[in-house]
Each structure stands twice: as structure tokens, then as C-alpha cells.
Write a protein that binds this ligand. Structure first.
Ligand code: KG4
Ligand code: ZN
Length: 351
């Protein structure tokens, strides 16, 4: 089955054609980084407007790259949530209109399920049950994945997401936007032990994440050490970055990774786990990949990540997540975007 995926939950307008949930025929992403860079974060209203501008072009480009015509598309999968309401509505409305015109089924997909499924595009053999960590600019959630479609949430962030924490520090320091890739590039030049940050403990003993404390601690450090802001651009961090900033970003990134690995290790206790899976924009981080792979080697657990272009938001992961839909199953026209959509097993899928 050839599924056309549409993703517009945040600041990427994306379309992809995926065959049988495995083969990406084409995947097109229109990034809005340059639109939001001046603000150091996503401006929801601007994001919606950009989606409206780009969605037709992105989808047509996607068909062209796959050398397919509209009549060869057999089903439509669209991100239903979670995400920015205005942004989600653009993709949902467009997908419904297309499905109506083409007389094909359409289904709403949870964005987090998309990230989880991105792993299986490259690693269909990834062993289950697994601990599946989705870590991005909008989400930091850990699931126990017994089998595909059976997601048990172990924990989630109580405040910021890990990627958001990286983006914010970069904004304070003037290193450029988005912060994650910039910090990834700069951190190897700094000392990860130079600034002591602690792993937050949640008082009720849950394994939830929290990144607002480390953000505040970093801000305090910047003020106390009179660190001045640099002038990084979206694509180019400043040429010369002082050593104290390199040490700060290395320590900050290291502490975020410490927390992610701590929660993963704690979640192994009392669960049958055959692999670790890490997806979402932050899963692209080179130090996270190095340390996670090393951390679980002793337990003989393989750690899987998507290829780098499938870590950040894309529509191939949305189309892939729809691959297990029963033939002919379709969502009703009344389905609407849900900015707070929870991830739960969906009965219309076949497993
Ligand atoms: O998955 P994504 O595109 O959007 C959400 O679903 O939120 O993730 C974007 C996030 C941003 O916060 C960005 O800074 C972060 O992923 N990111 C990275 C790297 N590449 C992107 N964080 C750390 N290291 C990277 N190499
Ligand atoms: Zn995402």
C-alpha cells in the first residue's frame, strides 16, 4: 500500500510517500528555521501561515520525486497531534480535502507514534519489548513498547523538553537557532565537568524528566560569571566562542544526557527489555548516541536511532506509522486536530 504522509505539527511542513510502511519513495521537508530564527523559538502564528504557503508545493514535489500520480496514492496519514493547534489544522484540513477528492481512506496519527515508528524504517528487526525514548524540542517521553501499537508511558517531562532546554541556552548565549545542533558541534571543545549541574529527583519517586532547573542554574551561572551574549545566526554559530562558554555548553549538554540515561537505566528494572530505541530531534546528538550505545553495551542491549534526517520532524514517520491500518479503515470526517493528543493503542490497527 502506498501511503501519503502529511506532517505540520510544529515548524516543518512535510510530505512523504511510503510503500508498505518500509520503503520511502520520497520525503520532502520545508523547514521554517529561517522564519523563527530571529525570535529564538517557534512563533505559532508564523508557523501556521508558513504551512499554508508551503503545503501544496511540498506535496506536489513529493509526488514528482517519487514519479507517482495522485491516483497511485492509496491512503492518507496526517499528524493529528500533539502540536500547535493552528499548525496541525493546516495539515488536517489539507489531508481531509485530498482524501475526499481522491476517495481514499485517511487516518490521524499521533506525532509521538510517528517518532517511535521512525526507528523501524531503518531497523525493522529492532527487538521488542523495548524502552522507547522520544526526545525532541516539544517532547521528552519514555514508553515501554511491548509490541508495535502497545505503548505504555513510563514517564514524561514535567516542564521543558530536552531540545527546548538546549534551544533556550543557545538563545541566552546568542549561539544561534536551533540550539541543539549548535551545542552538539561546540560541546566537544569544552569540558563537560567544568560546571556542576545535578540530575533532578522527583519527590514522588517517579521517573519523570525535568529540565527547567538546569536551565535556571545555567542562567544564574551566566549572570554570576558576567558572560556576554554572542551574535550567532541560524546557520552559523559565532566564529570565536570563549572557553568559558564552551565549558558551559559541554557541561549543560552532558547533564541533559545524564538525566536521559539515568531514567532509561532506572526503567530497565523489573521490565523485560530487548532493545533501547531513541528518536526525535535530540536523538541526532552525537554525544547522546555515543554515551547511550556505550551505557547499554554491558547489558548486551542494542540501542537504535533513526538515520539523522528522520530524527527531526518529517512525514515519512507519519506514513510509516499508518502502515498497519486495516485495509479500508478510515477516520471519520469529524476527526479534528488535537494539540494535547495522548498516545494510546489504536484498535483500528492490525498487529
Ligand atoms: O523532532 P523535532 O524536529 O521537533 C519536535 O517534535 O519537537 O526536534 C527539534 C529539536 C530542537 O529542539 C533541536 O534543537 C533538537 O531537536 N536537535 C538537536 C540536534 N538536532 C536537532 N539536539 C541536540 N543535538 C542535535 N544534533
Ligand atoms: Zn517531533
Amino acid at each position: 500500500m502506498i501511503v501519503l504522509g502529511i506532517e505540520s505539527s510544529c515548524d516543518e511542513t512535510a510530505a512523504a510517500l511510503v510503500k508498505d510502511g518500509k520503503t520511502i519513495l520520497s520525503s520532502v521537508v520545508a523547514s521554517q528555521i529561517s522564519v523563527h530564527a530571529d525570535f529564538g523559538g517557534v512563533v505559532p502564528e508564523l508557523a501556521s501561515r508558513e504551512h499554508v504557503e508551503n503545503i501544496c508545493f511540498v506535496t506536489e514535489q513529493c509526488l514528482m520525486e517519487a514519479s507517482l500520480t495522485w491516483t497511485q496514492v492509496e491512503a492518507l496519514a496526517v499528524t493529528q497531534g500533539p502540536g500547535l493547534m493552528g499548525a496541525l489544522l493546516v495539515g488536517m484540513t489539507y489531508a481531509k480535502s485530498l482524501a475526499y477528492a481522491l476517495k481514499i481512506p485517511f487516518v490521524g496519527i499521533n506525532h509521538l507514534e510517528g517518532h517511535i515508528c521512525s526507528i523501524f524504517l531503518d531497523h525493522p528487526q529492532a527487538e521488542l519489548p523495548a524502552l522507547s525514548l522520544v526526545v525532541s524540542g516539544g517532547h521528552t517521553s519514555l514508553f515501554y513498547l511491548k509490541k508495535l501499537g502497545d505503548y505504555q508511558e513510563i514517564s514524561r517531562t514535567r516542564d521543558d523538553a530536552a531540545g527546548e532546554a538546549l534551544d533556550k541556552l543557545s538563545k541566552y548565549l546568542g549561539l544561534g537557532y536551533p540550539g541543539g545542533p549548535v551545542i552538539d558541534r561546540l560541546a566537544p571543545q569544552g569540558d563537560p565537568k567544568a560546571v556542576p549541574f545535578s540530575i533532578p529527583k522527583i519527590s514522588d519517586g517517579s521517573l519523570d524528566f525535568s529540565f527547567s532547573g538546569i536551565k535556571t542554574a545555567a542562567l544564574r551561572y551566566i549572570t554570576e560569571h558576567n558572560i556576554s551574549r554572542l551574535d550567532g545566526e541560524a546557520s552559523e554559530p559565532p566564529q570565536k566562542v570563549p572557553q568559558e562558554i564552551l565549558d558551559l555548553v559541554a557541561s549543560y549538554q552532558s547533564s541533559i544526557i545524564d538525566q536521559l540515561l539515568h531514567r532509561l537505566k532506572q526503567s530497565l528494572k523489573g521490565r523485560e527489555v530487548r532493545s533501547i530505541q531513541i528518536s526525535g530531534g535530540v536523538s541526532c546528538n552525537s554525544e547522546l548516541r555515543r554515551r547511550a550505545t556505550e551505557a547499554f553495551q554491558q547489558q548486551d542491549l542494542a540501542v537504535y536511532y533513526p538515520r539523522s534526517e528522520l530524527t527531526t520532524d518529517n512525514a515519512a514517520m507519519i506514513a510509516a506509522a499508518a502502515a498497519r491500518i486495516r485495509p479500508g479503515a478510515s477516520d471519520p470526517w469529524s476527526l479534528t486536530a488535537d494539540p494535547n493528543l495522548a498516545l494510546c493503542a489504536r484498535s483500528r490497527f492490525q498487529f
